[in-house]
Design a protein around this ligand. Structure first.
Ligand code: SF4
Length: 251
């Protein structure tokens, strides 16, 4: 791949759902092998190996970047080891939004586990309806399954990206940036907001199929709505952030 074709930092503000990404050929960290892997069958050792490989690749990219800019990598690493990290005391509203995202993650994980049988039954019913030639059965099933995948994919990512956004907001380095709307904090807030909105749409689709789950789904929607309001309040300029690739190319 011609290095010029890569879009710098596109992978920092994406949802890591490469299977659905239109920019795989323009992304430096895209790994086609990930598409063939069955993530649900990975054990803890496989997972650690994956994380280690991703970390090593990221470090190699950082080293290339340092070399290209005439920065002494070994010195940089030595200096980094000397730095004592001070974790900032977060403002109460920042602590609250992280706690809210953590609560949402836990409640959705629990819900997915508790409803697994019911979900299976619904997809079996759709399959039977499809076999009987009932119109829309296939479409309804694919919408339902897609919506569940969206919930599953984003429920933990919301918390992870929000933590990055809050940590950026509390970093003195970012406060000193000239164009704060282009800060890492706003970029992470923007992508978190996208995850929240996609999840809300997905819950609405799921509620049409799982009417007996209405109260629980309303709880999930209420949590997402609170998150959305707080993101808007804490990161008022997040929408102005321009995501590399996703906001700069017309497909
Ligand atoms: S930019 Fe696209 S291909 Fe690259 S990591 Fe993100 S989702 Fe995957």
């Amino acid at each position: 791949m011609n290095k010029e074709a890569f879009i710098p930092e596109i992978f920092v503000y994406c949802d890591r759902w490469c299977e659905h990404c239109p920019f795989t050929t323009r992304c430096e960290v895209f790994n086609p092998a990930d598409q063939e892997r069955d993530w649900s069958k990975m054990d803890a050792d496989d997972f650690i190996q994956e994380v280690t490989a991703t970390f090593e690749k990221t470090m190699s990219l950082l080293k290339q970047e340092a070399d290209a800019n005439g920065i002494n990598w070994n010195q940089l690493v030595a200096d980094a080891k000397e730095v004592e990290i001070e974790y900032p005391i977060l403002p109460t509203d920042h602590e609250e939004i992280i706690a809210l995202a953590g609560d949402y993650r836990r409640q959705v994980t629990k819900w997915l586990l508790e409803c697994s049988k019911e979900i299976e039954t619904i997809t079996q019913t759709h399959a039977r309806s499809f076999e009987l030639g009932i119109e829309l059965a296939e479409k309804n099933n694919s919408q339902f399954v897609n919506a569940l995948e969206v919930i599953q994919w984003y429920h933990a990512l919301i918390e992870a990206k929000l933590r990055r956004a809050i940590s950026g907001l509390n970093s003195s380095f970012e406060e000193e940036q000239d164009d704060f709307s282009q800060s890492h904090a706003n970029g992470c807030a923007k992508i978190t907001m996208l995850f929240v909105k996609k999840s809300m749409r997905a819950w609405e689709q799921i509620s049409a199929e799982m009417v007996d789950q209405e109260d629980n789904i309303l709880d999930h929607l209420a949590a997402l709505s609170r998150l959305s309001g707080k993101i808007q309040k804490i990161f008022p300029a997040h929408e102005a952030f321009i995501r590399p690739g996703f906001d700069t190319f017309i497909l």
